[in-house]
Design a protein around this ligand. Structure first.
Ligand code: 3PG
Length: 215
């Protein structure tokens, strides 16, 4: 799947809701109820980070949840891409982008949201055909003001910013023309997951799903 095709699919996924939950799952038993809670709250696209030993099991469990579109985040190696695809991930997210990761996503047919944080990185990815990119780490790399500025010379690229974004900060991003959605972990707090308080997570998801966006 070419980068251009990957970006078309990534755009569709990003348009499902204003927020993509970024999930760090420690207990595989949390995966299905967590996905159900987020989908029930109106957030269907879910990014499971490959940062915990059970992440791939979590993706497998979440792939069966009706209405969910589960992807794998923190892809760092071609092996991560292969494993994510085999586990049922429908999309991939990487904090940056390397030629090896990009080649692996082409080979596996996994739509990638490749990470970029500078004008040059964004341009290099655009040259390859990626018109939808992750902006990471969003708050630390310049935030909404930076993305607004980038939108003037490089309007062809749309972003899903992640990193340090909260319910309060999200509207600054979602009001920009070059933002499709934002990613964030605030909708799935660790303490709520540990307690199995899925109703609280559905409430957070509902709040996030109601955020207006301009693109
Ligand atoms: C991440 O990779 O952890 C994401 O960017 C989410 O960041 P957050 O935890 O600051 O929302």
């Amino acid at each position: 799947m070419t980068p251009a095709q990957q970006s078309l699919e990534a755009a569709e996924i990003c348009r499902l809701a204003p927020v993509v939950p970024v999930l760090v799952i420690d207990d595989p038993a949390h995966a299905a109820p967590l996905a159900q809670a987020l989908v029930a709250g109106g957030l269907p696209a879910l990014e499971v980070t490959l940062r915990t030993p059970c992440a791939l099991d979590a993706i497998r469990a979440m792939a069966d949840v009706p209405g969910g579109v589960v992807g794998a985040g923190t892809l760092l190696t071609p092996a991560d891409v292969k494993a994510a695809k085999a586990a049922g991930a429908k999309f991939g997210v990487s904090p940056g982008a390397t030629d090896r990761i990009i080649a692996a996503c082409e080979d596996e047919g996994l739509p990638l949201l490749p990470g970029a944080a500078t004008a040059t990185e964004i341009m290099l990815l655009l040259e390859k055909g990626f018109t939808v990119q992750k902006f990471f780490p969003a708050e630390q790399a310049g935030g909404a003001a930076y993305l607004k500025s980038i939108g003037s010379p490089i309007p062809q690229v749309s972003f899903c910013p992640t990193g340090g974004i909260s319910l309060k900060l999200a509207p600054d991003y979602l009001g920009l023309k070059n933002i499709l959605c934002v990613g964030g972990s605030w909708v799935a707090p660790k303490d709520a997951m540990a307690k199995g308080d899925w109703a609280a997570i559905t409430r957070l998801a509902r709040e996030a799903a109601a955020l207006p966006r301009s693109s």
